[in-house]
Design a binder for this molecule. Structure first.
Ligand code: BGC
Length: 753
């Protein structure tokens, strides 16, 4: 009896001792050892985490403000308390050194394992110094500049405690009704890919250091194809379109090393993207080898219930994780249901560990375990945000993004000295209306309006201002009268029209993208006076500008240019900067044409460009052609294309094709031209577009200068995808087209044998 007691007691003591050894190894835990390889640190940490703590890492919460009066707000307290217990892996919308430090400290000092938080924020076109919207910036076709701009966005955000941005948006869209076209790189998959890759590189840098932030490609996938351009709407596209048209930009951004990917709200092939294994696992992780983590879009795990795909929240969490998605933004289903799902055997621990491990990887990689406050230096924040260097970069970007659409009689540039200018338009003098929804931590007060910029450049006493219309674009007799009176004293009239910046971004779908009636009335009244009328169009998307063609002398698309708007516009109007942007999204002739885009299919009955189009694919009331095609944009000089030549008219699969063209600046001022190369695969096993951009060069040409531009096309450029994502390269006839936009081109044919 006694013996037995001792034996049991000894066993018990031994067991306790072994357990103690397991849970409390001597010295620093391996995961805290900076010298150990990250994989080992992750493994060690996962072994120590409870299932609830693992679920906590998958949970991303909209944080907001936790200090000051908010510290006593019960909702805010609950969020921070959850984080203190290890129930939050990441906060979004907690920004600034003071706030991020405070939240990080709460977690580091109170949670069991001290796993630092990740802070994510939408830095779409600058954090504090606001740059042009991405759509306008893409129109510069200047990849080096785009990368440099993203570096500034990252630098400012990182200095303000942010680790991670939800950008770049890689969604191809052909629908200007969709308010989010402003966030992307336009309608072309090839250019869209290069632009997305440049943005990723600029945001992330070569390594994850405190000057850069993690990128997040969004919205995976095909969110730009929402029907009728309506936000959060249905998507229905073919697999051939998926592979050839929509996926290339996301793929290019993954190849550029993007750390994270965001699910989209829509379905693909009837399955919501967040729960779509084909997209998230088969394509992204298996085919493309993406090793980072996938975050949902806001609430998108839970919204699979609305879609009619998940039965309830628990089912939503299960379906999201089974599909290969990882972090749950704001649906709060993973945090609550993952432990239960594992206990019930519906999810394996390996699945959970894979998801959590991917998130931990970046926390280690950013060095947050060594220094959770690495991004929390108030001095750096003060010195970095909105500093002179960042503003100078934003000004360059804004100038390059201005798109000149029409310039009759070379009315532009304006003579800078002594020209009396009537400046009309409420938006020219409204900080309120300058900016879109996505300006991060930027403030309208910092921004230079068109009026301020023009007064500075042309002299305040040369500018006669009148608002002309109200904030919604409508007008009345008095406003028109005042505008006409202002114009009476001037030699030239500059009218800032368009739509308020507030109408660009998420949840800003518009069914009407025409110039408002009130502005048309105003333009007519001004035009009647006989002076040149120059329209500056503010908008986050191409509007239908057909109605202003006959009542304007010049049209300048100024988009939403950011902090330096006024300085950039004034420099361009004065000719200090010669415009060089080319639109990356087609400008429709009428809304009824939408979707209208350059890389469409030929159809069974293509309409002839001239002549009888009966029984062909056409409209009876308007032309098929858009108002301004993809790649279009004017300059203060002219470029002349000649001598298109190919190295051979017959090539083999292993033989590259050299394409040469001469471009001459035939005008009187120096300028930059975007030389664009398109191909057409005449007949293939899957129908190919009438034109596909395959290469371009932005070249500087002095007045009168000619340059021979040369391109090389390889099999990769001539191939396409089938509906399963396999590459096909097929023999046959091709066309090469080179020009200054997608419409006006020189062309030659060749054969791949
Ligand atoms: C948007 C995302 C954005 C997220 C976080 C969502 O509603 O679709 O693009 O990153 O909110 O703000």
């Amino acid at each position: 009896m006694r013996k037995q007691f001792f034996a049991v007691a000894t066993l018990l003591i031994m067991t306790i001792a072994v357990q103690a050894q397991n849970s409390k190894p001597a010295g620093t835990p391996l995961y805290k050892n900076a010298k150990a390889p990250i994989e080992q640190r992750i493994k060690d940490l996962l072994q120590r985490m409870t299932l609830e703590e693992k679920a906590g890492q998958l949970n991303q919460v909209n944080g907001g403000v936790f200090t000051g009066p908010a510290a006593n707000d019960p909702g805010q307290k609950a969020k921070l308390d959850l984080a203190k217990k290890g129930g939050v892996g990441s906060f979004l919308n907690v920004i600034g050194v003071a706030e991020t430090r405070n939240a990080q400290q709460a977690v580091m000092e109170n949670s069991r394992l001290g796993i630092p938080l990740l802070f994510g924020f939408d830095v779409i076109h600058g954090y504090r110094t606001v740059f042009p919207i991405p759509l306008a910036e893409a129109g510069t076709w200047d990849l080096a500049a785009i990368e440099k701009n993203a570096t500034v966005h990252a630098k400012e955000a990182a200095a303000a405690g942010v680790h991670w941005t939800f950008a770049p948006m890689c969604d191809i869209s052909n629908d200007p009704r969709w308010g989010r076209v402003m966030e992307g790189g336009g309608e072309d998959p090839y250019l869209g890919g290069l632009v997305a890759a440049a943005r990723v590189k600029g945001l992330q840098g070569k390594q994850f250091d405190a000057e850069h932030i993690m990128a997040c490609i969004k919205h995976f996938a095909v969110y730009g194809a929402v029907e009728a351009g309506r936000e959060y709407n249905n998507v229905d596209v073919s697999r051939v379109a998926l592979w050839n048209k929509y996926l290339p930009p996301y793929k290019a951004a993954v190849e550029a090393g993007a750390a994270t990917v965001m699910n989209s709200f829509n379905v693909f092939d009837g399955i919501p993207a967040s729960g779509n294994k084909y997209l998230v696992t088969d394509i992204l992780q298996k085919k493309w080898g993406f090793k980072g983590f996938v975050v949902s879009d806001w609430g998108s795990f839970g919204e699979m219930i609305n879609h009619g795909y998940a039965v309830d929240e628990k089912d939503a969490a299960l379906k999201a994780l089974q599909a290969g998605s990882h972090m749950d933004m704001e649906a709060n289903v993973s945090g609550r249901f993952v432990p239960q799902l594992v206990k019930e055997g519906k999810l394996t621990m390996a699945q959970v560990d894979d998801a959590v491990g991917r998130i931990l990887y970046f926390k280690f990689k950013l060095g947050l375990f060594e220094d959770p406050y690495k991004y929390s230096n108030a001095d750096r924040e003060a010195a970095t945000l909105f500093n002179a260097a960042n503003r100078a970069q934003a000004l360059e970007a804004a100038k390059k993004s201005i798109l000149l659409l029409k310039n009759n009689h070379e009315v532009l540039p304006l003579k800078a000295e002594g020209t009396k200018i009537a400046l009309i338009g409420l938006y020219a003098n409204s900080k309120e209306d300058m900016f879109d929804f996505w300006i991060a931590n930027g403030t309208a007060n910092d921004a230079v309006t068109v009026k301020e910029g023009m007064e500075k450049r042309f002299g305040a006493n040369n500018i006669n201002y009148a608002p002309g219309y109200m904030a919604d674009g409508s007008t009345d007799e008095q406003l028109v009268k005042d505008a006409v009176a202002a114009a009476d004293k001037a030699a030239v009239v500059v009218v800032n029209i368009g739509i308020s910046g507030k109408m660009a971004g998420e949840d800003r779908a518009l069914a009407n993208i025409n110039i408002p009636e009130g502005q048309i009335r105003l333009l007519r009244a001004l035009q009647k006076q006989g002076r040149p009328v120059i329209a500056l169009v503010s908008s986050g998307r191409p509007l239908v500008l057909t109605n202003i063609q006959d009542i304007t002398t010049a049209i300048v698309q100024t988009w939403i240019l950011g902090t330096e708007t006024g300085n950039a516009v004034a420099a361009m109007l004065a000719g200090d900067y010669n415009p060089s942007a080319k639109t990356v999204m087609t400008f429709p002739y009428a809304l009824g044409q939408v979707p209208v885009y350059y890389n469409h299919f030929n159809t069974n009955r293509p309409a002839p460009e001239t002549g009888d189009a009966s029984w062909k694919s056409r409209y009876r009331d308007i032309p098929n052609e858009p108002l301004y095609p993809f790649g279009y944009g004017l300059s203060y000089t002219n470029y002349h294309y000649s001598n298109l030549s190919l190295s051979s008219e017959k090539i083999t699969r292993s033989q590259p094709l050299q394409v040469r063209v001469t471009v001459k600046n035939s005008g009187k001022v120096d300028g930059e031209e975007v030389v664009q190369l398109y191909i057409r695969d005449i007949a293939a096993s899957i129908v190919r577009p009438v034109k596909e951009l395959k290469a371009f060069q932005k070249v500087f040409l002095k007045a009168g200068e000619s340059k021979e531009i040369s391109f090389v096309l390889t099999g990769k450029d001539l191939s396409f995808y089938d509906g399963e994502g396999n590459t096909r390269l097929e023999n046959g006839a091709f066309k090469v087209m080179v020009g200054g936009d997608s419409k006006t081109v020189l062309e030659k044919g060749f054969e791949l044998q």
